[in-house]
Write a new protein. Structure first.
Length: 103
């Protein structure tokens, strides 16, 4: 799981490939997206939508990624599923990629 040559598997949604990625720089992970055509490149240009490490630090909370719901057709607002400390209970948060913010 720590190999640097892992394949960034993603979910296709509209014209984007979404991926949740964890590495040494982001142990809690980042949720990111790239265009479908760019995903085929050896080194896609990812747009980071949410840095979970930064959110956890900002909110003084041990957030763990549990997934996301589908974005609306306009790609505005989707639901993110986070848990405190990795427990079974999840907190559902609204996310607006245009604002790049979680509410």
């Amino acid at each position: 799981m720590d190999a640097s040559d892992r394949i960034p598997y993603g979910d296709l949604d509209h014209q984007y490939v979404f991926n949740f990625w964890q590495d040494a720089q982001h142990p809690k992970g980042v949720w990111r997206r790239t265009g479908v055509a760019d995903y085929a490149n050896a080194a896609p240009d990812w747009d980071i939508l949410l840095d979970l490490d930064q959110l956890a630090a900002d909110e003084h909370e041990n957030w763990v990624w549990k997934g996301r719901g589908n974005a609306r057709p306009s790609l505005q607002r989707c639901l993110l599923h986070l848990s405190r400390g990795g427990g079974d209970a999840v907190v559902v948060r609204e996310f607006d990629p245009a604002r790049e913010g979680v509410s």
